[in-house]
Design a protein. Structure first.
Lengths: 170, 728
């Protein structure tokens, strides 16, 4: 009876605030924050520079960043059941007009992993399953994305393509 | 044997209801249909009390029914009442109509007797009924919004189901059609227009929508029966109410019936309004109105109370903006109501053809009802005006759900008005009824409506009497039955299964969570879909950065209006690049929908807080540190598809004043989480789900089929295009 009366008194009181303590914390899906970089990077990430070994412009422009002739990224790749490499990139019309179709050579830890030919400008998503024989689990791995042609940019800069995000996903 | 149990269950229910009605009405009204309909209300109320007391057993019902029937002493009441009305004498026309009635009712009887395969009947009307019987009464059900609807009809189903299972329930509903048709005839005879009554009754009874609904475990025809009985009783009270004994009996009966209308179906609230308004208008006495209102409230109150106590909303699952609760969100309610206001039609002008001919509103009333405007000619007479007024009142809810079956409650009044107009032309009424009979024959309807439209088919008598294996009948007539059978076969008792499709729950004893049937189910669906489809994954980071401050609390305000729903997967607070650990002293809240705010602070990217309604200024999420903490950054992780939100951050300083800390968070993308699918599966398991049922035609099923290792699930069976996976 008491609970019924209590329910009547409290029901429908939509404006009151209900406060809760923090719940039990779940195991993190993120890598330890002590690592300087992880397995995937978006160029909008304030920490994107930590992933770049070389071959990129110094700064991102919004969510993307220009590459030069030999862009190389580094990732800490944790052990996982299956992984695939994912790269979101764009060949802008202006540079594509200079270069024409571009062949991209992808190297994992210095070994040629794949070659892809892009015959049209615009946004592209590259993804491919990556067997563990190509990777070092729980260690730093490098990914090089080498275009066979680059365009001339301002101040003699060589421009490859625009990278939005890259890394390893399930 | 099974057919005998079914028939016993149905007949025992009808007999108990009629006996109760007889006890309530005494000599005030001797028409058995009135007694049956009124007694159904009383029986429904008594079954509610038994279910609330947890004593739902066949033996309880047997004792109750036997006691009521004995108390009624029907053997003393079988005398033909004095002054019995005269029905039309036998003639070729009458015999033709009689044959038509018999032919249709035979079809309906076979359909109702056959294994129950109706969409709503096999999912929730009888799914819940079966659960109440298994659990011997009500238990709190927050995962199925249909359990919050008023279930006066389910209480009658429960009584019948206890003896004859599913088909007994359908037969009880069919009894309401018999009572309705009979009363329409009596109404005509009473007013010296027997032909009007008979023709009107034929128009209703032969309608394909009415037929398929009445012969299924639904409640629309029952509501029509209650509405018409109420109309007749009010008419009788207005004519004969001066006699003290009759007033004593009739007024409570009117109130009970009106309240039973609400108990049957929420849209039956108009019965209460109609009864009270009618009695007030005719009597102009507060005491008279109070009797009706009190009896109606007695019937309505249990359903309000049940929802108030269990769902925090007496009108659940609707009116959630007035009664906020964790179980049904406002945005879902808006979407739900929005769909039923127009279905897939482009305009309301399409309703007449869709409801009468095309069958695109879930069934077809019959092309003859396109002639309904002819019935306006009846407005010339007082009786015709009464009929149209009742049609308007009982159809008042129609535009909140334009399904064809929602036209059934006002249909008897429209049909009688049509018959009044048609009978003014010699032979016309008969011609229209015969045309109606031809056009409504199941084979003809089958050629008229699209394949998915709900309609009757002729039921072989061997199937109807359960002389052939019912499994074959189920599989041929109930597309998702194999999924229910699979669940029942391969999962242990007590299991909980999540599914995106409403499967026939009446044929499994397991707890089935259907995606749209509660807020918690929708959260589970989003967790699953975010992992399977990549949608709603918390890939966006909104970062407020500000000079380090000592703060007692922070509050993130949402300041925009729009259609997006605000969502946060994780809210993290940093100081000097390190996340502040979430301490036990912290207190969290949100407005609106505070109930899931902990999900934004559990360190899991798969769970989330969601506002549950479209964004508007005044929404916020707040963290009280229970002391002062130094902070310089607040990061919200969420999905990318909430473009309309505008956020600002406020902080409560050490001196108790609030200051704005930022209103333009930096936006960046985060890394897709590894192990997201496994985490989603584990989260569903943590939320009490043991299995997930996926169908081949669902876009997300392929992801699970291909990546069982990443999900950590095991396929335990497949049937009828569905695969059942056990969660890790």
């Amino acid at each position: 009876m008491f609970s019924i009366v209590l329910a009547f008194l409290t029901a429908g009181c939509g404006s009151r605030l209900e406060w809760y303590p923090p719940p039990e914390q779940r195991p993190s899906l993120s890598l330890p924050s002590s690592l300087p970089f992880g397995y995937f990077v978006a160029m909008s990430d304030p920490n994107a520079g930590a992933y770049i070994v070389g071959g990129f412009r110094d700064q991102s422009e919004g969510v993307w960043r220009w590459t030069h002739e030999r862009p190389v990224l580094q990732f800490y790749v944790p052990r996982a059941p299956r992984l695939r490499l994912l790269v979101d990139l764009t060949f802008p019309d202006q540079t594509f007009a200079q270069t024409g179709p571009v062949e991209l050579t992808i190297r994992l830890n210095g070994k040629e992993f794949d070659r892809v030919r892009y015959a049209k400008p615009g946004s592209q998503e590259y993804t491919k399953d990556t067997p563990w024989e190509w990777l070092h689990p729980d260690a730093v791995n490098t990914v090089a994305l080498e275009p066979d042609k680059t365009a001339a940019g301002p101040d003699g800069e060589r421009l490859g393509f625009v990278l939005t995000r890259a890394g390893f996903v399930e | 044997m099974q057919a005998a149990a079914i028939l016993f269950g149905a007949l025992f229910t009808v007999a108990t209801a009629t006996a109760l009605g007889t006890l309530l009405l005494g000599k005030a009204c001797r028409d058995w249909p009135v007694r049956f309909v009124l007694g159904s209300g009383a029986l429904s109320f008594l079954v509610f009390l038994l279910a609330a007391s947890g004593v739902v057993y066949p033996a309880t019902f047997a004792i109750l029914g036997a006691a009521v029937i004995v108390a009624c002493r029907p053997w003393n009441r079988w005398r033909r009442p004095k002054g019995a009305r005269s029905w039309p004498r036998p003639s070729a026309t009458n015999i033709l109509l009689f044959v038509i009635f018999i032919a249709y009712f035979y079809i309906y009887f076979l359909r109702a007797l056959a294994p129950e395969v109706s969409p709503d009947g096999s999912t929730y009307h009888l799914g819940l009924t079966a659960r109440y019987l298994r659990e011997h009464g009500f238990h709190r059900i927050t995962w199925n919004l249909y359990a919050s609807l008023s279930q006066g009809m389910e209480m009658l189903f429960l009584f019948a189901f206890a003896f004859g299972k599913h088909s007994a329930a359908a037969l009880v509903h069919l009894a309401f059609l018999v009572a309705l048709v009979w009363q329409m005839g009596i109404w005509g005879v009473r007013h010296g227009m027997a032909w009007v009554g008979i023709c009107g009754a034929a128009l209703v009874a032969l309608s394909p929508m009415v037929g398929v609904d009445a012969s299924s475990a639904y409640n629309d025809v029952a509501l029509a029966g209650v509405a018409f009985t109420l109309f007749c009783l009010l008419e009788q009270w207005a004519e004969e109410g001066a006699a003290e004994e009759k007033t004593t009996r009739l007024l409570p009966a009117i109130g009970i019936l009106a309240g039973f209308g609400y108990a049957l179906k929420y849209t039956g609230w108009v019965c209460v309004a109609y009864a009270i308004a009618f009695v007030a208008w005719k009597s102009r006495r507060a005491r008279t109105v109070a009797v009706v209102a009190a009896c109606a409230f007695l019937m309505v109150a249990p359903w309000l109370l049940k929802n108030w106590v269990w769902m925090h909303n007496p009108l659940a699952p609707f009116f959630n903006s007035y009664f906020p609760n964790p179980y049904v969100t406002i945005d879902f309610e808006e979407d739900y109501k929005s769909y039923f206001r127009l279905y897939d039609l482009a305009s309301r002008w399409q309703i007449p053809l869709a409801a009468t001919v095309h069958g695109t509103l879930g069934g077809v009333l019959g092309p003859v009802f396109l002639l309904a405007p002819l019935g306006l000619a009846a407005l010339r007479k007082p009786l015709g005006r009464q009929l149209w007024l009742a049609a308007l009142v009982f159809g008042a809810n129609y535009f909140s759900n334009i399904g064809a079956r929602f036209l059934i409650p006002p249909l008897p009044f429209v049909a009688l008005a049509m018959a009044m107009a048609l009978t003014t032309l010699p032979g016309m009424a008969l011609a229209v009824v015969v045309l109606h009979a031809v056009l409504c024959w199941p084979a003809v309807v089958g050629k008229m409506v699209p394949l998915g439209s709900w309609r009757l088919t002729l039921t072989p008598w061997k199937d109807a009497f359960h002389l052939r294996d019912p499994e074959r009948y189920y599989k041929n007539h109930l597309a998702l039955y194999p999924a229910s059978e699979l669940i029942e076969r391969v999962t242990p008792p007590g299991s909980t299964v999540f599914t995106f499709k409403a499967i026939p729950e009446a044929y499994t004893s397991r707890r089935v969570l259907v995606e749209y049937e509660s807020a918690a189910n929708q959260v589970a669906a989003r967790i699953f879909q975010s992992a399977a489809m990549g949608t709603d994954q918390p890939s966006e980071r909104l970062r407020f950065t500000f000079p380090a401050r000592k703060l007692r609390a922070i509050r993130v305000n949402q300041t925009a209006s729009g259609t997006d729903v605000w969502s946060i997967n994780e809210l993290r607070i940093f100081s000097g690049g390190h996340e502040l650990p979430r301490e036990a002293a912290w207190r969290l809240t949100a407005h609106p929908y505070p109930w899931s705010i902990q999900d934004a602070f559990d360190n899991s990217p798969v769970t989330f807080w969601r506002s549950g309604e479209a964004i508007h200024p005044g929404m916020f999420v707040e963290v009280d540190f229970g002391g002062t903490r130094e902070a310089d950054q607040v990061v919200l992780e969420g999905p990318t598809d909430q473009y309309g939100i505008r956020l600002e951050l406020e902080g409560e300083m050490a001196d108790g004043t609030w200051q704005r800390l930022g209103d333009r968070p930096a936006v960046s993308d985060g890394a897709p989480y590894l192990g997201f699918r496994r985490a989603a599966a584990e989260e569903l398991k943590r939320r009490g789900i043991d299995y997930i049922l996926l169908f081949q035609d669902e876009a997300w099923s392929e992801n699970v089929r291909r990546n069982r290792d990443l999900w950590g699930v095991e396929a335990v069976g497949a049937a009828g295009g569905a695969t059942l996976y056990r969660l890790p």
